[in-house]
Structure formats: C-alpha cells, structure tokens
Design a protein around this ligand. Structure first.
Ligand SMILES: COc1cccc(CC(=N)NC(=O)c2cccnc2OC2CCNCC2)c1
Length: 385
C-alpha cells in the first residue's frame, strides 16, 4: 500500500516494459463516462474559475501564494503573479470547466484548485496525441489531511474524459507511479549577494563575496543582435521551433501558430522571448531564446526572490552555449536574481560552462494513462510552467 490513490490509477506499475506503447485504459465513449461530478466531503463544493474575472483571478493568486509548492527546505514558496496565471490558464482551446476550484460551502472561500489546459503532443512513436497539461494542484494548508487531492484528480479526469481526451502530461517534485522521465534542476546566480543573504546560496568558505560577485558577473548587453519577439515573428518562430522539437525529442508539443503566439509573445514580468532574424529576410527567424518569470516568496521575510526559468531556446547561427550566455545577460537586465533550468533538451551542453550549480532536487515528468518506455531527460522537449 505504497500509494493508496496512485496504485488505483492507469499508470505503468513496474510492468511497463512488456506493455505496448499506448493507452493503459482504452479510450471510452462519452456515454461510458460518469455524468455526475464526484462527491466532495461535506461542507465543500465544486466551483469552476473564470480566470478572466479579476476577482476570481485574485482568489486563485492568493490561494497559491499562501499554499502552493515550497522548496524542500521550506525557505521559498512559488509566487505566480496574476498576469502569469492568466497567461498559463488561457491558451488556445482552454475551457473554464477545466479550471476547477473547490470552495467552502459556508464562506465560499477558495480552498483548493487544479487546472487542465489542452495541448497536442508527440510522445515517442505517437506523433499526434491530444492531451491536457495538468498544473497548479493545490489544497489549502489547513485542509491537507482530508484526502481532497485524489477527488480533485478524479473529477478533473472525468471532465477531461468528457471532452474526449484520455491522456495528460504533468510534473511533480515527488516520485509517483511512474515517471516517464526525471529532470534535475540547475541554478545560475546573477545576484549572488542577495542569494547568500536570503539563504538560497552559501558563500564558499574559501571565497569572499567580492570574488563571488566577480565570478557571476555578466555583461550589460548581449553579444548578438537579439530583439524582442513580436507578432511579425510568429510564423518564423513557429517554423524554427517546430522543426527543432520534431528533429530532436521524443516528447514535445506540436505547437500551432496560435499556440506559438500565446506561449511565446512577450508579456511584461511573465514571459520574455527574443529572436535573431535573417538580415535579408526579416520574417525568417534563425535563433530564439525565451524564459518565464516566476518569483518566490522568501518565507518568514517580507522579501521576494526574482527567478527566471529557461523556456524554449533554438540556436542555428551560433552555439546553444553562446545563445544561453545572452539569455543570462537579458534575464539579468530584467532584475533577475537567479536563472533556473532543467537538464532537458540540450541544456547539458551549457549548464556547467555557464556556471549553473546543480539544484537539490528533481522534477519528475509524467504522462497519465500511457505506457511507454521511460526516456532520458535529454529526450524531453516540453517545458511546463
Ligand atoms: C526558489 O523557490 C522555489 C520555490 C518552490 C520550489 C522550489 C524548488 C522546485 N520545486 N523547483 C522546480 O520545480 C523547478 C526548478 C527548475 C526549473 N523549473 C522548476 O519548476 C517549474 C516547472 C514545474 N512547475 C513549477 C515551476 C524553489
């Protein structure tokens, strides 16, 4: 009885090697899917969230800011901004029905949440698979022992199945049955003085702070003529990114042009994307670099850690190492204290060289209701928020 809930779910349970690649539980017809919502414990009710309503977006912001993921040492908690949540939860084809909250019936207070947004992915030899990306599973700290998470997961699964989708992609810091891949996280200091002050980094005993600042100092301007991505670059980015993902990775999103516009056009304080365009043809994008902004509350202090997270990067006129050196410079110029990355895609080619330090944890990748051989982190070409 390792996992009371997860051992009841359609995930590989150790025998995945002999199952053929594909759904573990076959797809159901709409009329085979339970039509009524799962029961909540007394005193709680389902409540879908209209993220475009500023009041409801603020409620979600507050729930997550006070109750969402903390690091292993409980020093930091993710502090997704309201604008970030609007971005993350409204991609092309999203439905409010899948932005699923739980409220206390008496106070109507939002006390739990889980989200599913649509995507189409390639996973190994299945080139096009409709899935949802699951994220922001959160139960209020005071209600953790009520086994609400399994009900949230079953209810969002029911609602997603009703839309004819039977697979999902998600990540977690914990090992559940059974990861499709495991990624390590890495951090690159940009503001070492602050990182040491807040306890994110330690000063090497044999190093002065002045020496540490010199070690991590980056130039003020990028080496290459990277410009912020705009609408006119959408087609070029779509062409560059799609070809890159298709050529290199076993798990990646099949982005439409509308997806590229949503996920990569810059949004202040949320996501930054820069492109290098061909001098002769300004709509041809030859290189791209992007990162998203996810600050963390410093617990117990009235202070914030400003972190940027590596997103999608493609280098064709230079090395990825050169491109990511410019990414650090661009992130640093937006007031970032630390630049985070996973060892996915081809990130191993620059992590050590650009002075990233290995983080203290792993991020596990999962594909729900899909049996397939596990893959290396470098086979994974999907970055979740
Ligand atoms: C620094 O503040 C933190 C606040 C909460 C948790 C963690 C550690 C952690 N769990 N980090 C990651 O999951 C992580 C590390 C590097 C890159 N992406 C990451 O997670 C992304 C992707 C998955 N959803 C959360 C954000 C750090």
């Amino acid at each position: 009885k390792k996992h009371a809930f997860w051992d009841t779910q359609p995930m590989p349970h150790g025998q995945q090697s002999d199952l053929p690649e594909g759904p573990i539980v076959p797809n159901k017809n709409p009329d085979e899917i339970r039509s009524e919502p799962y029961n909540m414990p007394t005193g709680f009710e389902w409540s879908t969230l209209d993220i475009m309503d500023p009041v409801q977006r603020e409620e979600l912001y507050t729930l997550l800011a006070n109750n969402y993921v903390e690091d292993d040492d409980a020093l930091f908690r993710f502090d997704y901004s309201k604008e970030f949540l609007e971005w993350a939860l409204t991609p092309p084809g999203y439905s409010t029905e899948l932005l699923l909250g739980v409220r206390a019936t008496s106070s109507k207070k939002l006390i739990a949440f889980i989200s599913a947004v649509p995507a189409n992915v390639k996973v190994q030899s299945t080139s096009r698979l409709d899935v949802v990306e699951i994220n922001f599973l959160c139960v209020h700290k005071k209600l953790r022992a009520k086994r609400l998470a399994p009900v949230l997961i079953k209810e969002i699964t029911r609602r997603v199945n009703q839309t004819g989708v039977f697979q999902a992609v998600y990540t977690a810091g914990v090992v559940l049955p059974v990861p499709v891949a495991s990624a390590r996280y890495y951090h690159r200091s940009l503001n070492p003085k602050k990182l040491v002050r807040v306890g994110f980094s330690r000063l090497n005993p044999r190093m002065t702070m002045a020496r540490m600042q010199k070690l991590y100092k980056v130039p003020d301007t990028p080496k290459h003529d990277l410009i912020p991505m705009t609408e006119e670059h959408v087609d070029g980015v779509h062409k560059l990114l799609s070809a890159y993902l298709e050529s290199k990775f076993l798990l990646h999103v099949n982005f439409s042009k509308e997806d590229v516009a949503h996920w990569l056009l810059p949004r202040t304080g949320v996501v930054d994307s820069y492109v290098l365009v061909d001098e002769q043809d300004k709509t041809k994008v030859t290189d791209m670099v992007s990162f998203y902004h996810l600050p963390s509350t410093i617990l117990g202090k009235d202070d914030t850690l400003y972190a940027a997270y590596s997103y999608y990067n493609v280098a064709t006129t230079m090395s990825l190492l050169d491109l990511m050196r410019d990414a650090l410079i661009l992130a640093n110029s937006t007031g970032t204290d630390v630049f985070n990355a996973l060892n996915l895609m081809e990130n191993d080619t620059f992590l050590e060289e650009l002075k990233f330090g290995k983080g203290d944890g792993n991020l596990q990748y999962y594909v729900y209701n899909w049996s397939c051989p596990s893959m290396k982190a470098s086979d994974v070409g999907i970055v979740l928020l």
